[in-house]
Design a binder for this molecule. Structure first.
Ligand SMILES: Nc1ncnc2c1ncn2[C@@H]1O[C@H](COP(=O)(O)OP(=O)(O)OP(=O)(O)O)[C@@H](O)[C@H]1O
Ligand SMILES: [Mg+2]
Length: 361
């Protein structure tokens, strides 16, 4: 029998810490959760070394799992490491969550998903910003209709800082607004890395619940620099249903799943899932095949967050033939995807340690 994270969370949520009577997830006591078929491993962070309810809690955990998921073997390890020993986000502490949107193949819709995810998070009331790290082919200036805009520069104690461009309350930074595209193609390794670092260290970001980070395709210098610069909270993978897109996405997923990198993948968006013609809305054409999104979600032990069809309006909104802020047939779908991203990121923050900035020799 296969177990899902949701089933496990439900059990953990039912277990009360004897002293406070709050559940283990609320108290963020469960960390480093790992599910391997029938085996569940996790650490339980105790408030102090001489915590009085250790035995009681141990029993409560085992009883709850025995009752609700009897076939699962529980390996709960009690530790007294304090939360304060975890790596804090010191680079840009005003940003709570960094959500990177990644894929293996190009052109599958990362930038489209990033922009729509940000718009829907904003509509749900979250403080959200967008960072375009696709330095070779930045899309955000076009999608947000700000091609001719330049970020303001502010001098603080003799040093220059970038101010993100405000798009109706969403701060956006893209290299496309800083240098001409012809100049970008000559950028190489160390310069690229320096620019990515500037986007955090030399940029005045406001307080944000989510910074949505649009990545270039694949697993190159930009992805590596990013995980060496900030603690990326979570990755959302984008794929089309097609086998070649999934195969490439698995390679990208493998990079984030490496022990040294360890950025949790919170879900998969299957984009261009099918086509519905305007003149025959009852028909669905599966142009790129079927099932790729689910396969990728299974491989990464995450969740299929949604299947976005090919809609002319999605393309037209990106090209500004209609307003990006206008609702269309995809609004509800992207709202649901945004809600699930919030839910899964919150769950990730409750059950796993903050991501560590990758240190490379
Ligand atoms: N669901 C959709 N319906 C219609 N058009 C779409 C959809 N998703 C993406 N597109 C269009 O497909 C093209 C590629 O999408 P997008 O630029 O988002 O992909 P990408 O993965 O960011 O590409 P790159 O790898 O070049 O960064 C764009 O022109 C976009 O407007
Ligand atoms: Mg893109």
């Amino acid at each position: 029998m296969e177990f899902t994270t949701d089933q496990i969370m439900a059990v953990l949520e039912s277990i009360l810490e004897p002293q406070s009577k709050s559940n283990l997830l609320q108290l963020k006591m469960v960390r480093d959760l790992k599910l391997d078929q029938q085996q569940l491993f996790f650490n339980v962070h105790l408030p102090s070394a001489n915590y009085a309810h250790r035995a009681e809690l141990f029993e409560a955990i085992h009883l709850a799992f025995q009752e609700k998921l009897p076939e699962l073997n529980i390996n709960a390890h009690f530790v007294t490491k304090q939360a304060s020993s975890e790596a804090p986000n010191t680079v840009v502490p005003q940003i709570k969550n960094f959500v990177a949107v990644a894929s293996g193949k190009g052109g599958v819709g990362k930038s489209t998903v990033s922009a729509n995810l940000a718009l829907r998070l904003h509509a749900l009331g979250f403080k959200v910003g967008v960072l375009d790290t696709d330095l070779y082919g930045p899309s955000m200036p076009t999608i947000f209709g700000i091609k001719s805009h330049r970020p303001a520069i502010r001098q603080v104690q003799g040093k220059n800082y970038l101010i993100p461009i405000d798009v109706k309350g969403i701060p956006v930074i893209s290299l496309g607004n800083i240098i001409e595209p012809e100049q970008a193609v000559v950028l190489r390794g160390p310069r690229l890395a320096a620019i990515i670092k500037q986007f955090f260290q030399d940029t005045v970001w406001p307080d944000l619940d989510y910074l949505v980070i649009d990545l270039p395709p694949g697993t190159g210098d930009i992805q590596l620099t990013l995980v060496q610069t900030i603690p990326v909270t979570a990755v959302v993978l984008v794929t089309t249903p097609q086998e070649v897109a999934v195969a490439d996405a698995i390679k990208a997923a493998n990079m984030f799943m490496l022990d040294q990198i360890a950025v949790p993948i919170v879900g998969v968006v299957e984009n261009m899932a099918f086509f519905v013609p305007d003149d025959a809305p009852e028909k669905k054409y599966f142009i790129f095949g079927k099932g790729g999104g689910q396969r990728l979600a299974d491989f990464t032990k995450s969740k299929l967050l949604g299947q976005v069809p090919i809609y002319e309006s999605i393309r037209a909104r990106a090209d500004h033939e209609i307003s990006l802020f206008d609702e269309d047939a995809s609004t509800e779908l992207f709202t649901e995807i945004a809600r699930q991203v919030v839910e899964r990121v919150e769950l990730r923050n409750k059950t796993m340690n903050p991501t560590k900035i990758v240190q490379m020799a």
